[in-house]
Design a protein around this ligand. Structure first.
Ligand SMILES: N[C@@H](CCC(=O)N[C@@H](CS)C(=O)NCC(=O)O)C(=O)O
Length: 210
């Protein structure tokens, strides 16, 4: 019997990432749609899964994982359904993957979008800091256009095949749009292509908070 797969979390762009990968691979997972800042991440049951008390998290049998990117990689590796292209297998391509992942997670997500979330939406907790918010928006745009120029963006963000980096990049751009960071046409076209994927559409449904 296969170990049970449980996805913990719904309602955020980070949880959407895991819902999307599960849909792309076609996995049958139980979903516990606990939401952010509802107290549901603070239960003893959930802290046994993720002591950091954050969503998303994934249980696979007795194994528990956190961090959206790590979970995407785990799922892709464990259920090898999504193909790799030859162009993605070289050492140079793998290093480019690492570069893109670092840019998306560290510069675009943590340094820019999460600063905006903390000091705008969550200002009551972390402090109102309009200058930090406006400079984080400028920083996002500068890092995006220099690290991932729109005119160099092909069908997918890495190589000629869909990958977990498309999931990270799409959810990052969606989040940027939601906080009114304007995106130039090539990024918007990329988003339209990704939004048309069946896996993305399915994930929007399963990621809803019940
Ligand atoms: N780097 C983590 C970030 C996870 C994270 O910060 N999750 C937030 C929601 S987006 C959370 O669970 N916060 C605690 C809470 O809302 O109770 C990841 O990518 O998975």
């Amino acid at each position: 019997m296969q170990p049970e797969l449980i996805l913990w979390g719904a309602g955020t762009s980070r949880t959407l990432r895991v819902h999307w990968m599960i849909a792309e691979i076609g996995l049958d997972a139980a979903i516990h749609p606990i939401g952010p800042r509802t107290g549901e991440t603070q239960t003893a049951e959930f802290k046994r899964v993720n002591p950091k008390a954050k969503i998303p998290a994934l249980s696979h049998g007795d194994h528990h994982f956190s961090e959206s990117f790590a979970i995407l990689r785990y799922l892709r590796r464990t259920f090898p359904v999504l193909p790799y292209g030859q162009e993605q297998k070289t050492s140079e391509a793998q290093t480019h993957y690492d570069e893109l992942a670092s840019l998306m997670l560290m510069e675009l997500d943590a340094t820019s979008l999460y600063v905006i979330r903390r000091h705008a939406d969550l200002a009551a907790i972390y402090g109102d800091a309009p200058h930090a918010v406006s400079s984080a928006k400028e920083y996002f745009s500068a890092q995006l256009s220099s690290g991932l120029p729109g005119d160099a963006l092909d069908e997918f963000v890495w190589g000629a095949h869909f990958s977990e980096l498309d999931i990270i990049f799409t959810t990052t751009l969606d989040w940027a749009r939601a906080v009114n960071i304007s995106l130039s046409r090539p990024y918007q076209s990329y988003l339209s292509r990704m939004h048309a994927r069946a896996g993305y559409k399915r994930a929007l449904i399963t990621n809803r908070l019940s």
